[in-house]
Write a new protein. Sequence first.
Length: 177
Amino acid sequence: MLNAYNIKKIVTTCPHCFNTLKNEYPSLGGDYELVHHTQLLQDLIDSGKIKIEGGSFKGKKITFHDPCYLGRGNDVYEAPREVLLNLDAKLVEMKHSKAKGLCCGAGGGQMFKEAEKGKEDVNVKRTKEALELNPDIIAVGCPFCNTMMTDGVKHFDKEQYVKVMDVAELIAKANDL
């Protein structure tokens, strides 16, 4: 279907879609340039098409949660962080980040079913690690991670103090888009 429309480049907000289109579609005849939205944002910033003023994020403490299929699955770690650094915020890394990042649980389908037996829900464990840094914002690059981390923040009754926001939301708010 995509080939019928002569698609050359696809921008995704979902790392799962990014992974599937990039790594599985070529064997099915789909050869497209795949770009995650954080990569697109960084390209737009680098080319001067988007200019960012730190605005309300200047001096805020932000930690970035690496989505599994973006980071460990496709080795995209720097674009989201580079975008966040343009906010004039203080970027702090969780103990488990980049190639050693922890899953939020959504990739394993945890947001669609009841919790499994165990000591702690995966998203609660990951959120706890983020909250240990006392961030103002937990930045994400995946709609599923956003849900899981938001639920984790609610679990700890911290939603008044810590916001979970997609990197694109942060850029839009910084530029009053």
